[in-house]
Design a protein. Sequence first.
Length: 137
Amino acid sequence: MKYWLLKSEPNVWSIDLQKKAGIKGAPWDGVRNYQAAKNLKSMREGDLCFFYHSNIGKEIVGIVKVIKESYIDKTDKTGRFVAVTVQFKSKFSKPVTLENIKKNKDLSHLALIKQSRLSVMPVDYKSWKIINNMSRI
């Protein structure tokens, strides 16, 4: 299993909308950056993803699970980009802010900090555990 971070503007697609999508999940589509698309193609069924609210909030608000691996993104008229389907798993009672992530030296290597515009990025297991623990403090 691998771990990822997915960014979405909450006024476009929020963790609450993801939860309402139910067990069928919802496509994670609209990604038009080649590096982010490559990351989508690397996702496997069962992988877990942090759900990050970008622009408004700038915080990790929950976890979703990949339930369908990459397929052609129906919103891309060129047919070059892919989507995955993700299902709501949990919502953090205490979101983990970007500000607090930046304060933790053990997370300074994350793409969230180094490549702030990237919308789909891998997260190593150690960082996954640290961020999960931060959501409980």
